[in-house]
Design a binder for this molecule. Structure first.
Ligand SMILES: C[S@@+](CC[C@H](N)C(=O)[O-])C[C@H]1O[C@@H](n2cnc3c(N)ncnc32)[C@H](O)[C@@H]1O
Length: 263
């Protein structure tokens, strides 16, 4: 099989080979939205077997994907590799210093993981939600996928966990769902919100006042639901128009449920 080609899900279950593997496999493991019971069977198998477990984090903190794994992993510092971002919210993502620092960070991390993979060790990168949905994993995947075998283990997305806990179906009938980063300018948010039936607005943080104003201008504020830390400890669900303040942590989103066909 060529390096970078997706592996069939059985690879990690194969009996030990008499000869050492030439290279390890890079796994992107979807850890789901927070509740460990939402981990997939495949994720559990990869977490149990991989000799190198990688997670992203803010300097001096534990990453959320790693916290989810606490419920299912026996601690073993020898398997752990924490990758601390040089910046998170300190600079604008389009600031040249941010772009350069992040590119260098991902290059260095890819080189570090390539050493493990080149020595035949499987590397599992723990990704909150699904690895291919706004995941930092993708930046390492892009750098390593042509040199090493890759398997991505899909996960329950954060938004799926959020609308589940909000008890609100997100799309009915022919509803069109639009996923919006709250980082978009106000006018772009209004334009998208006016053209869609349902929406998920992610990466809220300090952008909540702008999002609230855009929903109001699009005439849909009354339908919007605010979800904080969906399925995690400290979960909070509230109609946005009843939320008195404009503070929102990193793990929060706004759901705009569709109102399509209901026979
Ligand atoms: C970089 S994206 C990662 C998305 C993730 N890969 C996924 O599949 O959901 C981070 C954003 O996802 C949203 N998010 C993810 N999980 C969440 C949760 N459990 N509760 C609330 N928001 C969540 C937040 O809007 C957060 O700012």
């Amino acid at each position: 099989m060529e390096a970078g080609a997706p592996l069939p899900p059985a690879a990690l279950d194969e009996p030990a080979q008499p000869v050492a593997k030439l290279t390890g496999t890079l796994f992107g493991v979807g850890m789901g939205p927070g509740e460990p019971d939402y981990l997939t069977v495949r994720a559990m198998k990869v977490l149990a077997a991989a000799p190198v477990l990688v997670h992203f984090c803010k300097k001096g903190r534990r990453g959320n994907a790693r916290t989810i794994a606490d419920a299912v992993l026996t601690p073993d510092p020898a398997r752990e590799c924490a990758l601390a971002y040089p910046y998170t919210t300190e600079l604008h993502p389009e600031h040249p210093d941010y772009v350069a620092a992040l590119a260098g960070f991902y290059d260095d991390a890819a080189a570090q993981l390539a050493d493990h993979l080149g020595a035949g060790r499987d590397v599992a990168i723990l990704s909150e939600g699904d690895p291919f949905f706004y995941g930092s994993f993708m930046h390492l995947w892009r750098r390593l996928k042509d040199r090493f075998p890759v398997e991505v283990v899909p996960g329950v997305t954060g938004m799926s966990g959020c609308w589940t806990r909000a008890g609100t179906p997100i799309t009915w009938g022919d509803d069109v769902l639009t996923i919006l980063p709250a980082t978009l300018p106000h006018a772009a948010l209004v334009a998208r919100l006016t053209q869609t039936d349902a929406a998920v607005i992610m990466k809220l943080g300090r952008h909540l006042p702008k999002v609230r104003a855009a929903l109001k201008e699009a005439g849909v504020l009354e339908r919007a639901v605010y979800v904080e830390r969906g399925t995690m400890a400290g979960e909070r669900v509230v109609p946005l128009h009843e939320k008195p303040d404009d503070t929102a942590p990193y793990f929060s989103m706004v759901l705009l449920p569709g109102e399509g066909r209901r026979p």
